[in-house]
Design a protein around this ligand. Structure first.
Ligand SMILES: [Zn+2]
Length: 378
């Protein structure tokens, strides 16, 4: 899927003359007559609508749709599509298969999904998206199709594609409708039940961040947090997907969380994913692991009021060594949480209590681990 950002040039309009040569092929294997040009260009089976009036080429697929549908809801098509045919301009791009309007930076799959939503949800000139299939006779959308999006177990990836497409082309109401639907769907899910019923939460998060949908963003981050806590997430994929987005605060939060939990798994775990991790990510994991292990051993400095700095520090050291901790040697945050603060040693020696507080302060930084990872040399 193309990276969606409001700053990407959205439309590359223009014309392209297709040479309808003798190689026009009738595909006999299909019940639908497929027209395939010599260069592989073909008509979309669903959204080459005979009474449409605007031909759009996406990669090698021709769509024929209604200009009024594409330009609804203040979309960018309203200003990007060339004016309709006139005596001044008898053949503007978009008026025929041979002279289509070329839509760059798009895939046929995503454009088809967007059209599905536009035809299913919009009534011409309606002030808001309605659950009314306005063009049932023109397309194959049925009210049942729309109901599927509201049903439990709806295809959240599809709703994300609709939302992303709507945002990309500025279908304002469709964008907001799809974001609200996604948000409520995610709230309904206490926990992702199993892998097969999962959606691609990274694409949804990407959309939420780019389109500034705060509530949706919070829901996706909550789900990622749960998956991380259950060690039920593909860390390597998150790192590779989020890597180019780490200038954004939300991705920093997610990446910090993921990097921390991945780091503490240790080298054997990363080795399983080595082909999917960049050199930079692998280096960071090794450096972070070593640094976190060292954190436990490094000297704890605090202001002593006991008059016996050396003896006091040694006593705290013995106290820490006596505690039972079975987690990863690199999981400094969990290790600190396990320090028994109600013990006689800590309670009866207020100076040692301050030493424990100093350790907790050191662990506090790891509550938002991105800063720790960003501070490492990488
Ligand atoms: Zn002391």
């Amino acid at each position: 899927m193309s990276h969606i950002t409001p700053f990407t040039p959205l439309l590359i309009g223009g014309s392209r003359t297709l040479s309808r040569t003798k190689s026009l092929i009738e595909d006999a294997t299909s019940t639908v007559s497929k027209l395939v040009w010599g260069d592989g260009t073909k008509r979309d089976e669903r959204y080459y609508i005979p009474d449409g009036n605007t031909v759009i080429l996406v990669e090698n697929v021709l769509f024929k749709v209604h200009r009024s549908t594409l330009t609804s809801d203040s979309s960018v098509f309203g200003t990007s599509l060339p004016p309709p045919k006139s005596s001044k301009n008898p053949s503007p791009p978009g008026e025929s298969d041979e002279n289509p309007f070329v839509l760059g930076g798009e895939t046929p799959e995503n454009f088809r999904t967007l059209l599905w939503a536009l035809y299913a949800l919009y009534e011409s000139n309606s002030s808001c998206p309605k659950l009314v299939a306005c063009s049932l006779e023109r397309t194959e959308v049925s009210p049942q199709d729309i109901a599927v999006l509201y049903a439990p177990g709806a295809d959240l990836d599809m709703i994300t594609r609709i939302a992303s497409g709507a945002h990309k082309y500025n279908f304002v109401k469709l964008d907001s409708w799809a974001a609200d639907l996604l948000t409520s769907k995610l709230r309904e899910r206490a926990k992702p039940e199993n892998a097969s019923s999962r959606f691609d939460f990274l694409l949804t998060l990407d959309y939420a961040v780019v389109s500034r949908k705060a509530q949706l963003k919070d829901e996706v981050v909550r789900i990622i947090k749960e998956l991380v806590a259950d060690d039920d997430i593909d860390y390597a994929r998150v790192i590779s997907f989020g890597g180019g987005r780490d200038h954004q605060a939300t991705w920093q939060k997610v990446l910090g969380m993921v990097y921390y939990h991945y780091t503490i798994q240790g080298p054997r775990r990363w080795d399983r994913d080595r082909t999917r991790l960049s050199e930079r990510a692998r280096t960071l994991l090794f450096v972070a692991f070593a640094r976190l292990v060292d954190m436990r051993k490094s000297e704890i400095v605090w202001e002593h009021t006991c008059g016996n700095e050396k003896g006091c520090a040694a006593r705290l050291q013995r106290h820490l060594e006596a505690q039972i901790y079975v987690g990863s040697p690199a999981d400094f945050a969990s290790w600190v949480r396990c320090i028994p603060t109600q013990s006689f040693v800590v309670v009866s020696h207020s100076c040692i209590g301050r030493g424990v507080a100093a350790l907790k302060e050191r662990a506090r930084v790891l509550e938002e681990p991105w800063d720790f990872f960003a501070s490492l040399q990488w």
